[in-house]
Ligand binder design. Structure first.
Ligand SMILES: *Cc1c(COP(=O)(O)O)cnc(C)c1O
Length: 464
């Protein structure tokens, strides 16, 4: 598919139009694009990304958003509602993560712009807290390889050395002893995932908590993906290791409202065992000629609409609403995994629940991905080893999707057997697959070109 399918159909703006266009015309154009793009995931064949998929809920969020969309959450004297929304989002998320069990701190939190935002603020908080309380000026942070790239990005931006612990692909979870081996006096924090993005598995958080306590360092639990669904999986009786504030040594948790919290993209929660961590990253410039400036996080102006819509999503679901959706998602994932296990050539990696990844020892799994793509599926590709993953979301719980998965997967396995026997290379491995020998210059150039294509449309689209 072209990155610019609209270039021929709608006006391309290379400059600001001289005259404003009528709203009806603009809305018609937007409706056309949105309707076509929604059709891609409404089938239920798309992994992750559309966690909710319920247009009724989206309309409700849009109305909630619209009432405060134009409000700047930085100017609280004008919008005490933002203080209510943000405070209650944090309180509800802390409750979900069992902050009530904390006896050695005063739990606190903040709302950020997404998972990456929460991780960035967590690393900043640890860096500042460690500088102040432990005198650390050459900070390092320890991450299992499976930890999200947002940790690499945060360390890169904040001047923190990142130490990465390899993870055995057979278990997909980190060995706490291997983490401990990389910790030293300059380690500001370690992390574990609940669950990780690639395999959906949960690191041994209780053991990591002991490592953190033994070394007097922080432990961040990345619950960006699992934070708003795993607590309900536990309530449903699924066998899930503990990962929240009940675990001694856990000092912060990120949990994305914009994933299984079913809010709009653009919000996440970052929760701390003790407010001293959060407060360490506050910024203020009291002596500025423009006035006394302060911001509780990295962002400046923020839309009050996102806070309102996130709050509305949480209180409209309540515990029973989230539990209901979690039950359907866990059951759907169980049935989808059963379909994978029915093929002896396929192997699920680790012991995942609602998000799972599988590979093959018999053929390149990307052959399976190729055939699934032709049947409208959009799974995520992984490498080392090549694997494909599916984060089960509400669109997959619609009637008929598991049946389509079962049938399409069987066809895809048959396709993979034939391609493998014929010695053909899989098409999708060119995009996702492992590159022999690691990152080459060509791979780096290719990735830069993809990112620029996203931004430089005015150069790439055909001339008008
Ligand atoms: C999605 C995700 C993130 C990053 O979140 P963004 O919202 O994309 O910034 C971090 N960790 C895990 C485990 C995730 O699934």
């Amino acid at each position: 598919m072209s990155d610019f399918p609209y270039a021929e159909r709608f006006p391309v703006n290379r400059t600001l139009p001289d005259h404003g266009r009528p709203r009806e015309e603009i809305l018609a154009e937007l409706h056309a694009m949105a309707t076509e793009e929604d059709a891609v995931w409404e089938t239920g064949k798309c992994s992750g990304t559309m966690y909710c998929g319920d247009h009724d809920h989206y309309r409700f969020l849009t109305e909630s958003f619209g009432l405060f969309a134009h409000v700047n959450a930085l100017q609280r004297d004008m919008c005490p509602s933002a203080t209510k929304f943000e405070g209650e989002i944090i309180a509800m998320a802390l409750d979900l993560m069992h902050a009530d069990a904390v006896e050695d701190g005063t739990p606190a939190g903040m709302v950020t712009s997404g998972g990456t935002g929460s991780i960035l603020h967590a690393v900043l908080a640890y860096r500042e807290h460690a500088a102040e309380h432990r005198g650390i000026d050459r900070p390092n942070f320890v991450k299992p390889e499976t930890g999200h790239p947002a940790f690499d990005k945060a360390c890169h931006l904040l001047g923190v050395e990142l130490r990465t612990v390899p993870v055995d692909p057979a278990t997909t979870v980190v060995d706490p002893a291997a983490v401990a081996a990389l910790v030293d006096v300059d380690t500001i924090a370690i992390m574990g995932s609940a669950g990780n993005y690639g395999y959906g598995t949960i690191d041994p958080i209780a053991e990591l908590g002991r490592v953190a306590l033994d070394h007097g360092t922080g432990l961040h639990v990345d619950g960006c993906l699992g934070g708003f669904i795993l607590p309900f999986g536990e309530e449903l009786g699924y066998d899930l290791p503990p990962f929240d504030f009940r675990v001694p040594g856990v000092t912060s948790i990120s949990a994305d409202t914009h994933k299984y919290g079913y809010a709009f993209k653009g919000t996440s929660t970052l929760l701390f065992r003790d407010k001293a961590y959060r407060n360490a990253q506050y910024f203020q410039l009291a002596g500025w000629s423009g006035g006394k400036y302060m911001s509780p996080g990295i962002d400046g102006s923020r839309s009050g609409g996102l806070l309102a819509a996130t709050w509305a999503s949480m209180v409209s679901h309540g515990r029973d609403g989230y539990l209901h959706h979690a039950r359907e998602i866990f059951e759907t994932a169980d049935r989808m995994k059963a379909a994978v296990r029915s093929h002896p050539e396929l192997r699920i990696l680790g012991n995942p629940t609602f998000c799972f990844s599988f590979t093959s020892d018999a053929f390149d799994i990307y052959h399976v991905n190729d055939a699934l793509r032709e049947r409208g599926w959009r799974l995520n590709g992984q490498q080392y080893p090549n694997a494909i993953h599916l984060a089960v979301t509400r669109p997959q719980t619609q009637p008929g999707v598991v049946e389509a998965w079962t049938a399409d997967l069987a066809d895809a396995v048959e396709h993979a057997r034939r391609q493998h026997a014929a010695g053909v290379e899989a098409a999708s491995s060119a995009i996702y697959g492992g590159v022999a020998g690691g990152m080459t210059d060509e791979v780096e150039e290719f990735i830069v070109a993809i990112m620029s294509d996203l931004l430089d449309a005015q150069q790439s689209v055909p001339p008008a």
